[in-house]
Design a protein around this ligand. Structure first.
Ligand code: PMP
Length: 425
């Protein structure tokens, strides 16, 4: 019996489902999860000592790879000075300045410990600012596990087929209007019919698998929200500092009112942020009447890991390199899909990608949910056997890091070719 399966059995006795976040349990692909012992660069080693090329990257934060020397050394120095003070520290200003400089729509930023807190605060601010209660989200977008946002949500909520979690009062869910991604008509209909406080969107959704915005969709959201007086919130917890230094809003040249960040800005430690226009951000306590707080917000270790990670991706060639690797991987996967006569498609942008089985195009929640999740599970298991660690569910994005190279990408494409060939026969 493997050490991971033994650990999983023990974990289930004291942790619900054996995991501290549902998708980690591998329910969507079967078998037991790998327990990870350590990571370095683009590789992780499981409890049995087997090494894998990692495309999970802790679900996005590890853009510099595991245990990057610069991050580890800065953390070691910081650790000696203490772990938390619950009082302001100079490094918080440094991180805030990096964010404000990189993301032009952000004039002020408040640090939190999780993306869930960031989106919760963004909604509260939008409601405080507009005096309205309803919000619009998109089917298949995931914004953390806030009550108001667990309505037709993506990621684990989608994988488990329980998009509306029990325990969320209907009265809360009723305030959330669900529109279709890449479809402006549904958004405009809602905005016309109701006074809406905010439209929240993953500008490049990664939580129904990776889906790309079609021409004018994001610009259209900007125009519509301005017309109807709703706050436009870009949830860039996944895309921020990942697709470009200024996130998806830089790539698509959009100026949202508020932005949620997470993952990369914490470099693998718990850190996220909500930022935006001064008029909105200055409504936050202690300046204004909208309450928000956190014991560990701006934690010095998390801030240190974030600053170092943002310095590493501040290298002028970083995003060009990530784009190059992403394109190489996507083209290689498309080639083996063609060569093996598999019905599947690859969505990719920069260092994010998803292979969808059983469909030739995925552009929204409806097309994503037509994909063949059983085929994905077979593919996933074949890749694991070959030492390639992918996100363990169809409706997730996979991530490359600066620690991946052409050799790992080629190894991955070759493994995918073998697995797809086996799935055909
Ligand atoms: N927003 C997006 C776009 C996310 O991808 C996630 C997490 N995957 C969250 C919010 C929630 O972040 P956290 O898990 O840190 O609460």
């Amino acid at each position: 019996m493997s050490t991971s399966s033994q650990l999983f059995r023990e974990a289930q006795e004291c942790i619900p489902g054996g995991v501290n976040s549902p998708v980690r349990a591998w329910r969507a692909v079967g078998g037991h999860p790998l327990f990870i012992q350590r990571g370095r660069g683009c590789r992780v080693v499981d409890a049995d000592g087997k090494e894998y090329i990692d495309y999970v990257g802790s679900w996005g934060p590890l853009i510099a790879g595991h245990a990057h020397a610069q991050v580890v050394s800065a953390l070691q120095q910081e650790l000696k000075r203490g772990t938390s003070f619950g009082a302001p520290t100079a490094k918080e200003i440094e991180l805030a300045r990096i964010i404000v400089k990189a993301v032009p729509s952000i004039e002020k930023v408040r640090l939190t410990s999780s993306g869930t807190e960031a989106t919760m605060t963004a909604l509260r601010l939008a409601r405080g600012y507009t005096g309205r209660t309803k919000i619009i989200k998109f089917a298949g977008c995931y914004h953390g596990h806030n009550d108001a946002l667990l309505v037709r949500a993506g990621s684990g909520a989608l994988t488990f087929g329980t998009p509306d979690s029990q325990g969320v009062p209907e009265a809360f869910a009723a305030l959330t209007l669900v529109a279709e991604y890449n479809n402006l008509a549904t958004v405009e209909a809602y905005l016309k019919a109701d006074a809406v406080a905010a439209v929240i969107v993953e500008p490049v959704p990664g939580n129904m698998g990776l889906v790309l915005p079609e021409a004018n969709f994001l610009a259209g959201l900007r125009t519509l929200t301005r017309t109807y007086g709703a706050v436009l919130i870009f949830d860039e917890v996944m895309s921020g500092f990942r697709l470009a230094r200024g996130g998806a809003q830089e790539l698509y040249n959009i100026d949202p009112d508020m932005t949620c960040l997470g993952k990369v800005i914490g470099g693998g430690l718990p850190l996220a942020a909500v930022g935006g226009k001064r008029a909105l951000m200055d409504l936050l306590a202690p300046v204004g009447p909208v309450y928000q707080a956190g014991t560990l917000s701006g934690n010095p270790l998390a801030v240190t890991a974030g600053i170092e990670t943002l310095k590493i991706v501040g290298n002028p060639s970083a995003y060009a390199r990530l784009n190059e690797l992403g394109t190489m991987l996507a083209e290689g996967l498309r080639r083996v899909i063609r060569d093996t006569g598999t019905l599947a498609c690859v969505n990719q942008i920069g260092s994010m990608f998803t292979i969808f089985f059983g469909v030739d195009q995925v552009r929204d929640y409806a097309t994503a949910t037509q994909s063949d999740t059983a085929a994905f599970a077979r593919y996933f298991q074949g890749m694991i056997e070959r030492g390639i660690y992918l996100p363990p569910a169809q409706f997730e994005a996979a991530f490359l890091s600066l620690a991946h190279g052409a050799a790992e990408v080629e190894q991955t494409i070759a493994a995918a070719g073998e697995v797809l060939q086996n799935m055909r026969s």
